[in-house]
Design a protein around this ligand. Structure first.
Ligand code: UT7
Length: 369
């Protein structure tokens, strides 16, 4: 995307995390996995993650994050909703219209966008283009996933890695020097690697009505080692492309946030880009890989929010199934993140919003089995 005078500006930030904190030993015991806490920490950087309670869906988490972002934006009403997810509530219809309805947004356009772990940055880029083109003025962009609904708890390659959550931002039109302004974006895809990260069954290629074979075709599968190499290369290339478009030298970036796939991948990408460790931010240790939610959940993390000043040069980069990748160079937003607990099922009690500055949601809950 080429820079223009008018751009999208982040004006609200929200997050929603399940209450259940699940440590590595619990994941290992649940799946009878041949691994240990030390291997998982050393090879991925993950110590714990959140798991949605039974009955809590991606749409529920998206509603919580959306409500929090709207409160963060001063209760202004979004005029479009983009939901990045690959764990929708149902194969049909999209989850976004129901989320918009539950948020009280009336008949605004609402659609899902599926780019796996790159989904949030794909959606942020799409929303930016829609603002620049005049199709909307205040889109709500949500990244939400419930990977516990598709991950096989007996698969040691994936079960320890993924967690559940949702993050969201609200955009408005603004100037390129505003805090929160999107400066440059880069998107890419390479379908020759479509089978490296996949749920093989349940789509039109292998409909769910076919009898399941072994291994279970409806569970998420990832060829971790092959994906690892692609992830490092593509995120570094894409992030460099966004930096070039923005005209920024890597050493001027004050907040680098990569998709929280694996701490070793994040370290390699940061090294390749030449961004000092002090300017790299993440929460993989606490939340694992939350797929489309991973980048907005770092943006909404109160410890990150207080460490970066509004307007400072920031760089987000992501990689995921497809294969897809995406990067966004932006000024750090001034909006104060808000946090919302997962809402009750539709039609039950109203929700309350908690100001993130008063408690740290990533560490507030206790570990459960
Ligand atoms: O979010 C979308 C993008 N996702 C990613 O970018 C994730 C990319 N991949 C990864 O993060 C890593 O590849 C994994 C964490 C999935 C695996 O770590 P790794 O260091 O790449 O391990 P590996 O796949 O190269 O496997 C090394 C060894 C293998 O054993 P052998 O064949 O050398 O005997 C694996 O079977 O480690 C074994 N292994 C494990 N051992 C203990 C794989 N998973 C585990 C485990 N515990 N959980």
């Amino acid at each position: 995307m080429r820079p223009t005078d008018t751009t999208a500006v982040i004006t609200g930030i929200g997050a929603c995390l399940p209450d259940r904190v699940v440590d590595n030993d619990t994941v290992i015991a649940r799946g009878a996995l041949r691994t240990d806490d030390t291997w998982i920490r050393d090879r991925t950087g993950i110590a714990r993650r959140r798991h949605a309670a039974p009955g809590t869906s991606t749409g529920d988490l998206a509603v919580g994050a959306g409500r929090a972002a709207i409160a963060s934006a001063g209760d202004h009403r979004p005029d479009m909703l983009l939901l990045a997810t690959t764990t929708p509530d149902h194969p049909c219809p999209a989850t976004a219209p129901a989320v918009a309805h539950r948020l009280g947004l009336g008949t605004v356009p609402a659609f899902d966008l599926a780019a796996v772990c790159s989904g949030f940055l794909y959606a942020l880029t799409t929303a930016t283009a829609l603002i620049r083109g005049g199709a909307c003025a205040m889109p709500l962009v949500i990244g939400a996933d419930t990977y516990t609904s598709i991950v096989d708890p007996r698969d040691r390659q994936t079960a320890p890695i993924f967690g559940d959550g949702a993050g969201a931002v609200i955009l408005r039109p603004g100037a390129r020097d505003d805090p929160g302004a999107v400066i440059a974006t880069d998107l890419g895809a390479d379908g020759s690697g479509h089978d490296l990260i996949t749920v093989p069954g349940g789509g039109s290629r292998h409909p769910r009505r076919l009898p399941p074979s072994s291994p279970d075709p409806y569970s998420f599968r990832m060829q971790g080692r092959a994906v690892y190499a692609h992830a490092v290369r593509r995120m570094a290339q894409s992030a460099n492309s966004a930096l070039r478009q923005a005209g920024w030298a890597p050493e001027t970036v004050r907040a680098f946030i990569g998709h929280q796939a694996n701490q070793r991948i994040l370290d390699s990408v940061g090294e390749r880009l030449g961004i000092a460790p002090a300017h790299r931010f993440g929460n993989i240790h606490e939340l694992g890989n939350t797929a489309a939610a991973s980048i907005p959940l770092v943006v909404a993390d109160p410890t990150v929010h207080t460490a970066v000043a509004p307007g400072e040069r920031s760089l987000f980069t992501a990689f995921g199934g497809g294969l897809t990748w995406a990067s966004v160079a932006l000024n750090w937003p001034s909006a104060v993140p808000r946090h919302e607990a997962p809402p009750a099922r539709p039609g039950t009690k109203p929700l309350s919003t908690t100001d993130l500055s008063r408690s740290h949601p990533w560490t507030a809950s206790t570990t459960t089995s």
